[in-house]
Design a protein around this ligand. Structure first.
Ligand code: 1CP
Length: 338
């Protein structure tokens, strides 16, 4: 069997230098991404063109040699597969048609995402043997925010109002997303990914009772279902900005690892989540600025995690202004550690 260093922390192995990859490592900060992106009609067309999506997935690994690639797709392919129209308007972000919960087609949603599984098979063939491949989905609450709000939202007022005022129909919506996501994640695992990540980008907007009901419970259902069929595939949860709810999320959902956002103090994370693999924490803004500050931050984070299972990563996605040379500098700093 090939040794994939990315998987070491999940086996309890602490290497001299941590394995690494970066959230949103494929994309708009890379000129070679734009070259491919401009050849496709729109962003979703790119996600559903296996040849192009595979190429874009491989680009950052080729350039920087990360220990893992993440399949190029988006969390909003789930609403698309459920029959809700999704489009991406340049400079404005995603737009979703008004939702009708009764018309969502839960059955066969995973089947409709066949191009993503084809991308996974192609990426696996193009990746170095020692590089892992990560599959992903948005977590149900975060996916539902886009479905109910119709796009990105600053205050998530509509969805919070719906969840509070009509919890029964909101539960039906969450159920449909859970069912489709389980199917989607299982098929990604069958197609060859080594690990799965669940993105809960909007974990930071709910009070405790709602956090338990709409974040912990649905995530736990997904984790249990994946475990039942694919016990050996590690699952990384990313409850971004969950604050004081993060440790409960880690314990109660049963995920193997937690991606830490940049607001989480590392000393706290070590004590509060002693049995979890930890990943992340570098501020994407530091990666933009670079210089001595970047060197110091990379080393500070690695030092704080040097004696426990850890995956080096960002606290949120790479932003388009990031100079690629700064990502190369991170690769160099990590190499210098061992
Ligand atoms: O035209 C373009 O190129 C669009 C930019 C873009 C890209 C490159 C979008 C639109 N999505 C993606 C890819 C993507 N999205 C990946 C692939 C891996 C990679 O780039 O390396 C992944 C893992 C995601 C995940 C994703 N999409 C999240 C969760 C992570 C996070 O950043 O919080 C979310 C919230 C989305 C929704 C989304 N997709 C795109 C946009 C502009 C948005 C809205 C973001 C927001 O509301 O702030």
């Amino acid at each position: 069997m090939t040794h994939r260093p990315f998987l070491d922390p999940f086996k309890g192995i602490v290497a001299k230098r941590p394995p690494w990859w970066m959230l949103r490592q494929a994309g708009r900060y890379l000129p070679e991404y734009w070259e491919v992106r401009n050849r496709s009609k729109g962003f979703l067309d790119l996600c559903f063109s296996p040849e192009l999506a595979a190429e874009v997935t491989l680009q950052p690994v080729r350039r920087f040699g990360m220990d893992a690639a993440i399949v190029f797709s988006d969390i909003l392919v789930i609403p698309h597969a459920l029959g809700q129209k999704v489009s991406f308007v340049q400079g404005e972000g995603p737009k979703l048609e008004p939702i009708d919960v009764d018309r969502l087609e839960a059955r066969g949603a995973g089947e409709r995402l066949a191009p993503v599984y084809e991308t996974i098979r192609r990426v696996r063939l193009g990746l170095p043997n020692e590089t892992a491949l990560i599959g992903f989905a948005g977590s149900p609450w975060t996916v539902a925010t886009y479905m109910v709000e119709g796009g990105s939202s600053r205050d998530h007022a509509k969805i919070r109002h719906l969840a509070l005022s009509d919890p029964l129909s909101f539960a039906r919506l969450i159920d449909r997303v859970v069912t489709a996501s389980i199917d989607y994640l299982r098929r990604q695992a069958d197609s060859g990914v080594d690990a799965l990540q669940l993105f809960e980008s909007w974990a930071g907007v709910l009070p405790e009772p709602m956090f338990r009901q709409w974040i912990i419970e649905p995530t736990k259902r997904i984790v249990e279902a994946i475990r039942a069929t694919h016990a050996s595939v590690p699952i990384i949860g990313f409850p971004r900005a969950a604050g004081a709810m993060m440790a409960a999320y880690a314990e109660e959902t049963g995920v193997d690892a937690i991606n830490l956002d940049q607001m989480v103090p590392l000393g706290w994370a070590r004590t509060a989540m002693p049995t979890k693999v930890l990943q992340g924490n570098l501020d994407p803004a530091v990666l933009v600025v670079g210089g001595q500050m970047l060197d110091d931050e990379v080393n500070r984070i690695c030092d704080a995690m040097a004696d426990r299972p850890f995956v080096f990563n960002l606290g949120h996605g790479i932003v388009p202004e990031t100079p690629p040379a700064h990502v190369a500098r991170v690769a160099e700093l990590l190499k210098a550690r061992g």
